[in-house]
Design a protein around this ligand. Structure first.
Ligand code: HEC
Length: 126
């Protein structure tokens, strides 16, 4: 009985924790207080904003493809969920990399609107 309960609790925790790319779009749109634009996301992702890099410097302009780190040249798996089922399934990972990459690219964090726009664009890739 105890064991069944423990397993049920674990399953429940796993279900609650699991996130999908759509969940992130919903979360960022809610935080931004407005809907996302895939078109704006594409522009944001592929344009340099004062720094040395744009997002596409490492992730390419076509996120269905694998990228390469602009500095270390290490391969990076595709960012689009349609090409890589592991993407946008773990909030800790998503938050960590948005923080780090936005800082590297923009010298600041990305706004919720910018993240929502990027998500909408990545989700539109087929
Ligand atoms: C200097 C290279 C570089 C740049 C520039 C860069 N990234 Fe990344 N990005 C990485 C690396 C390395 C990882 C982690 C390895 C991996 O997940 O494949 C990563 C991972 C991510 C992830 C994790 C997604 C997940 O769930 O796995 C997101 C989101 C992301 N990047 C978005 C961005 C955005 C948005 C920009 C532009 C603001 C950007 N990146 C610019 C190198 C870069």
């Amino acid at each position: 009985m105890r064991r069944t309960l423990a397993i049920a609790a674990l399953l429940f925790a796993a279900t609650v924790h699991a996130e999908t790319p759509r969940d992130f779009l919903t979360r960022f749109e809610k935080e931004a207080g407005s809907t996302a634009s895939a078109e704006r996301g594409a522009r944001f992702f592929t344009t340099k904003q004062g720094g040395e890099w744009s997002c596409s410097s490492c992730h390419t302009e076509r996120p269905m493809q694998a990228g390469r780190h602009a500095k270390t040249d290490k391969p990076i798996n595709p960012l689009a969920p349609a090409a890589n089922a592991e993407r946008f399934t773990d909030a800790a990972k998503v938050d960590k990399w948005f923080r780090r990459n936005c800082n590297d690219t923009l010298n600041r964090t990305c706004s919720a609107q910018e993240k929502a726009d990027v998500m909408a664009w990545l989700l539109a890739q087929k």
